[in-house]
Design a protein around this ligand. Structure first.
Ligand code: SAH
Length: 257
């Protein structure tokens, strides 16, 4: 998914910054680098600063214009060292990460565009972008080194990507949302569960009715926090029922042994 996010460096003057940007990208799992009319590339300083991210430099695409760099992109985010350089929809780095990952996750192409060391992006270039992104730096000293700016946005993209990966997949979410399956257990169902839980805990000798020590209150608090769904409740009740059968010496699910 991260391969749908390209980093575009416009008219970079210092090859060392190209190498530094490549390294920052690789650290964050980004791999597609597009160089618009770089002043010196390839260059040994780029290789030196990439230190291990040379594969990104080798596969970097070099193009003549920003337009060429943006072919196929449905989301273009342009970075600016100055807050509100021209009135335009603005995202902070975190929003930039989330939006890029959302778009890339749908199979769409995203470009993060970075400007020249000395002059940034021109107004015309900024107007080619859907959003502008400003890293909220010290207003009296707002301009980050180019590779450092790539690092900051790369990090935000990575954090958003990790968060997206941690979510249940769409299928699982749909399963959970299926009617009757993931509706929350009602309070009367929870009460029946607590009743059976208490009996079971007594049955196995874990709860001493003459010295209950707030055990049930604590368990209520635990399950109450858990937003137990009906299907989860079926599992919990099933476990208790089988446990009670074992305690009573009745036939139960694990009959062997
Ligand atoms: N003198 C230029 C500074 C360019 S710094 C100017 O005033 O615009 C080189 C590039 O690093 C910028 O074009 C931008 O892509 C990125 N960059 C540096 N600081 C940034 C910040 N605070 N927010 C977003 N991007 C920044």
């Amino acid at each position: 998914m991260l391969e749908n996010i390209r980093v575009v460096l416009v008219n970079t003057s210092h090859p060392g910054n190209i190498g530094g940007a490549a390294r920052a990208m690789k650290n964050m799992g980004l791999s597609r680098l597009v160089l618009v009319d770089p002043q010196q590339f390839p260059h040994h300083e780029a290789d030196a600063r990439a230190s291990g991210a040379n594969d990104i430099l080798e596969s970097a695409q070099v193009v003549a214009t920003l337009e060429d760099a943006l072919v196929g992109c449905s989301l273009v985010l342009g970075t600016s060292a100055r807050d509100r350089r021209i009135p335009w929809p603005l995202l902070d780095p975190r929003e930039c990460g989330t939006k890029s990952v959302e778009e890339a996750g749908q199979g769409l192409e995203v470009a993060l565009v970075f400007g020249r060391e000395y002059a940034g992006l021109t107004n015309e270039e900024l107007q080619r972008c859907h959003y502008h992104v400003h890293i909220p730096s010290n207003p009296d000293f707002s301009s980050l080194n180019l590779a450092a700016a790539v690092q900051v946005l790369g990090y935000e993209v990575r954090m958003a990507w990790l968060a997206a990966e941690g979510q249940p997949s769409k299928v699982e979410k749909e399963e959970l949302n299926a009617p009757g399956n993931d509706t929350l257990s009602t309070s009367d169902e929870m009460e029946r569960f607590y009743g059976q839980l208490e009996q079971t805990l007594e049955g196995i000798g874990f709860l001493d009715p003459s010295n209950p020590r707030h055990l049930m209150a604590r368990l209520r608090r635990l399950y109450g926090r858990s937003a137990v769904s009906r299907s989860e409740m079926n599992i919990l009740r099933g476990i208790l029922t089988e446990t009670q059968k074992v305690v009573r010496g009745e036939p139960h699910k694990r009959k062997d042994k």
